[in-house]
Structures are given as C-alpha cells and as structure tokens.
Design a protein. Structure first.
Ligand SMILES: [Zn+2]
Length: 302
C-alpha cells in the first residue's frame, strides 16, 4: 500500500561486502517518530478499506468484522505468526493449513491485525462466502466479478470459486450473451462504481420518475419526483447522493431541468462534472435512456 509507490528490490549482500553504516543512517528514530509512522500506516489501511467499501458494497463496519474474523481464525493466526516470525526454508516446515500461502510469501504482510497480500486483504474462511456473494452482486459476469473482487480481497482459490459461482448462474449467462450483442462502447469504462452516472426522467401513469444509472455496475436507482422542475430533480439527486455518495461525473440530456442555473449551482456545490449529450450526439446519454426503457417495463409489470 504505502510502500506500493516504491519499486524496490531486496538483494542479498554477503556481510563482508557491506559498507559500514555512517552515523546518520544509524541514528535511531525517536519513539514519537515511530508512533507517527504507525499512525500513518493505520491511516493508509483505513483509506484502503474505504476504497474496498467503494469497490464492494460492504458495510461500514466491514474492516472491523474482517479483523475480528481474522482474530478468531486459528489458521489465520498461525499465518500471522509465521509472517511476523519469517518463513522457514521449506514448505513442509509450516502446517498444512497455511501451505496454500507458500507461493505468496513475498506479498504477505500484517498490518494492524489484518493480513494483506499486496494491496488485497486476505479474507478468513468464515467470511469468504459473504465476499463471493458481494463480488457477484449485480451479476456482472465473470470478468467484472473477478475484477471487482481482486481490487480489494484475496484468498487461495478465490478465482476458481468465483468462476464456479458465475458459471452456475443463469443471470450472469444471460448478461454475457447480451454483452456480446452490444456494439463497442465508446464511453471509457470508469474505474470504480459510482464514479460516473447517467440520469434521465420518465413518466408512468402521470407519475414522474428520475432514474440514475451507474456506468460501472449498470445498477439503476429510481426515485419518484415531486415535480419536473430543476429544484425537484436536485432534491431527488441530493437524497440519492446522501445515501450512496457523491459521484465525479453526471451525464444527462439537454432537458431544461438539467441546463438551468439551479442545476449548474448544484453541480458546483456538490463538485461533480456535469456533461450533457450534444444534440448531434444523442447517443451520449444512451445508457440512462436504455435504463429508462428497462425500468419502465419493470414498473408497468409490477
Ligand atoms: Zn450471476
């Protein structure tokens, strides 16, 4: 994590070739300094977990629960002990339960009671099912499901377990066939959920709705509107953002509600970029428009 910005190599140098360290590099760090380093490290872990929360729809206490599950897992505790003590020379010298970690020894670290494999949190057995379910949430198919999981978590066999779940899922299979039919998408894929959203309005039986769709997960949120003025849209968007967080980019059409001064002020206050599809490129807001079609069909069915 914090060390990831450095690309370093550990090279064995025989003792007789070592330089004598000069006074400065031997000067011990003061305890206060060490404390601040630990604080910084913990902060880095917390920030990382924030990132995980973004990537996986995990609850806020996710980190604490992973820590607690790690603490209660005897295999994980043995693994932590070995990581801290240093790995032996032969795989047969560690207990069977942690042998699957043998080929990852150089990536494993322990930070604040959590086991990390590079930037990924190693998930103890008791929480793996839950993580598989979270990664599979939204039925994104194998590639995206794997990508979503790998961004933040890891355990031995995670990939094959994800593959098994997705290959047994009919919804994912349908998604995969729809994906093939879609033309090449000209919009670059955002890097994480809730970064770029599309919004559009629609009407069913004289009721007005706002649909907001996430470009990453393609998950729609629908909100009934009190009216169709700018202020009504802003109110609805505020309520969605307060629950799911503020985005970076919002794509809409050139409807009067979206090009008004009120809306401009809103995007300025909430600090997101507002992109409107130009009349010459009506497909710019295609995702939101397509989602409106799907949602309308669902509402009418219900
Ligand atoms: Zn699925």
């Amino acid at each position: 994590m914090r060390m990831m910005k450095f690309n370093f190599q550990v090279v064995y140098v025989p003792g007789r070739e070592l330089q004598v360290a000069d006074a400065l590099s031997r000067r011990p760090q003061s305890p206060a300094n060490v404390d601040s380093m630990v604080d910084e490290l913990i902060k880095a872990v917390e920030e990382h977990v924030e990132g995980i929360r973004d990537a996986l729809p995990a609850s806020k206490d996710g980190l604490l629960r992973i820590k607690e599950a790690t603490r209660q897992d005897l295999d994980m505790q043995e693994l932590i002990r070995v990581v801290n003590a240093g790995w032996p020379n032969r795989v047969t010298q560690v207990v069977a339960a942690i042998r699957p970690f043998w080929s990852h020894t150089d990536l494993l670290t322990v930070v604040d009671g959590l086991l990390l494999r590079g930037h990924q949190i190693v998930i103890p057995k008791s929480m793996r099912k839950e993580m598989l379910k979270l990664a599979h949430d939204g039925h994104l198919g194998i590639v995206k499901t794997k990508k979503r999981a790998r961004q933040s978590v890891w355990w031995p066999q995670m990939n094959s377990q994800l593959k098994l779940i997705v290959s047994n899922c009919t919804t994912c299979a349908r998604y995969a066939s729809e994906q093939r039919k879609e033309p090449l998408c000209s919009t670059p894929m955002p890097g994480r959920p809730w970064e770029k959203l599309g919004a559009d309005l629609f009407e069913v039986e004289k009721m007005h709705f706002l649909v907001v769709v996430d470009y990453y997960s393609r998950y729609p949120k629908v909100k009934q509107l009190t009216g169709t003025k700018s202020t009504d849209i802003v109110l609805a968007l505020k309520s969605i953002f307060s629950r799911f967080g503020i985005l970076n980019v919002l794509v809409t059409d050139n409807g009067p509600q979206f090009v008004s001064e009120d809306f401009k002020n809103f995007s300025r206050t909430y600090q997101f970029m507002h992109v409107t599809s130009s009349p010459r490129h009506p497909q710019g807001n295609g995702l939101a428009e397509k989602t409106v079609g799907t949602v309308k069909a669902l509402i009418k069915k219900a």
